[in-house]
Design a protein around this ligand. Sequence first.
Ligand code: NAD
Length: 703
Amino acid sequence: MAQVVRYERRGSVGVITIESPPVNALSRAVRQGLVDALLQGLGDGQAKALVLIGAGRSFIAGADIREFAKPLEPPDLALVTSGFESSTKPTIAAISGPALGGGLEVALACHYRIAAAAAQFGFPEVKLGIVPGCGGTQRLPRLVGVRPALDMITTGESLRTTQAKAIGLVDEIVDGDLLQGALRFAERMVASGAPLPRLRDRDEKLAAARAEPGLFPEYRAAVTRRARGQESPLRAVDAVEAAVTLPFGDGLKRERAIFAELVGGAQSRALIHAFFAERASMVVPDVPADTATRLVRSAAVIGAGTMGGGIAMCFANAGIPVTVIETSSEALERGLGIVRGNYAGSVARGRLEQSAMEKRLGLIKGALDLAAIGDADVVIEAVFEEMAIKKEIFARLDALAKPGAVLATNTSSLDIDVIAAQTKRPQDVIGMHFFSPANVMRLLEVVRGKATAKDVVATAMRLGKTFGKVPVLVGVCDGFVGNRMIFQYTREAEFLLEEGALPWQVDKALGDWGLAMGPFAMSDMAGNDVGWRIRKQQAATRPNDRRYAHLADLICEKGRFGQKTNAGWYRYEKGSRAPLPDPEIEALIVAESKRQGRVRETISDAEIVKRTIYALVNEGAKILEEGIAQRPGDIDIIYVSGYGFPAWRGGPMFYADTMGLDNVYADMKRFHERHGFFWRPAPLLEKLAREGRRFADLAPSRG
Ligand SMILES: NC(=O)c1ccc[n+]([C@@H]2O[C@H](COP(=O)([O-])OP(=O)(O)OC[C@H]3O[C@@H](n4cnc5c(N)ncnc54)[C@H](O)[C@@H]3O)[C@@H](O)[C@H]2O)c1
């Protein structure tokens, strides 16, 4: 096996280099290599200090997640950290890139930390449902103070070098060659003869926290609100508290016990599923990873409305010049004004440099003639959701766009194949379904038409990645994957109102279950009139095709379109987005139940969750069966990244697996008998339940 850690001496300094591509993860071989190299360095009479550095662009990017599922093979990482900390020679972590998770724990065990500007520091463990398990929660608060440590450990967000220096996580920033800087730093430390600083011995920052009795209760309350049912951030608070209340050795044991409780638990398994599902979603079996993509050097966006402006920002943020085309200068100015306002807001919040804002705005140009698409490599159409307009635009695009340009539509429901048929190049047409706000939301459904060329699929997926999004490939159908499923979910939620629930009860039950937002608050945010218009159109063309609760129509008839009219399923104080229960809505719902001759029943929160979440699951099963989604994990990722589904429940399909498909099926049969035809379990679900299998057995989720 190739040597992944090597030891060599440079003058009076021993250098331990980790070279385990791609990211120097802490595999068993790396842990063993670190122990061996440390022993070599300690035994090297010529070495007065030891520098630990990563080859390539990482320091150590964390644990090797693939080892999570297996029993830990020795040596334990604790042997590495205690070895570096108790070294009789100064140990210096020289950090060039990501020092994450176990990697940061190793750096904290060293006596000093110096870093290049591109370094990155973080404890992403909570995002995988665990906590740092090798002293991170005990050493970090001793170094940077309890509050900054809690912020890092409970959010999993990482810091850049300057931020890390500001809180004392880094001793020195090195410009130029990191190894040379580390050698000089090591020599200076040796010459100073200073006693070796071991974080385990430090107490002043902990003492400051002890003097603040309200700190942990307050922090816990804030994390409880933010975590929405996820355990790991709260357990991380417990672990950091142990640093404050217990001696170092006992704190380590407590941290390890918490780690052991979480690892392999239901939440951690779900989060790890989501982690791998997100990576697997990039894999398209008939479009190999090495498919040549089309070059994207310039772009055009048609329509500067809600979506077009956000999509233009995605291009500008990625450094790609983009022309935005509108029908009138008023509409164009309004759209570009919103874009400018969004950037200015980011600058005001300190998230963007003024110079970066100007650079990005400089990449966005406006135009009033479709001919301005010029030689754009990608065109994304985001005009009104009307087939007639889209058809006309694509026919003109066919005449105007340069050969080989990718012609994308952001439609949320129209048939991509019909749109593609307006052109003589249907192979270049694809759906790129962004979610609102398009510059913020991570999900991107890439909709593959019948004729879409493979390299166009690859180009759209790659472009999504360039935008920092989570691209998921889906097929053509009404609503694609996300909205097709949400339709069933919302419909069930509305039936629940007729049967006895109230919007705030439904939203609370689902919020407590972990969803970012319940269906009624969500509908008020998106605008109740959107669905209303669609239903009216459908009622005209397909009468009696669908049954849905009429409450949603009733509230729209009253002009209650949601937040934008200060009234929807809730009422809103002027200027506030906080949904407030409204007696008028309660009266309306009760009257509707009465009109239907129903006796309103008490519906438990557990029943609310089943009725709505299983509606997602059943539609998801149909989507899989039809081949609209490639794999169950893709559906999960769509829900986690685009619909506020709790990642710690893994996504709707993973969740159904954890409930047992036989149980899910039995519940659906019960709903079918009581509530009607659209609860007929999907044949795929029925089959899997009968065979005692799971959705996860359909396809390997780790593509
Ligand atoms: N709003 C959402 O949440 C959302 C989410 C995903 C997808 N979509 C889809 O994105 C598309 C745009 O939606 P939106 O919410 O941004 O609508 P919008 O009404 O906010 O904006 C549409 C813009 O297109 C412009 N326009 C109309 N005809 C045009 C033409 N011929 N040439 C150039 N510009 C033209 C209009 O002036 C308007 O500014 C729709 O297909 C919609 O279904 C919307």
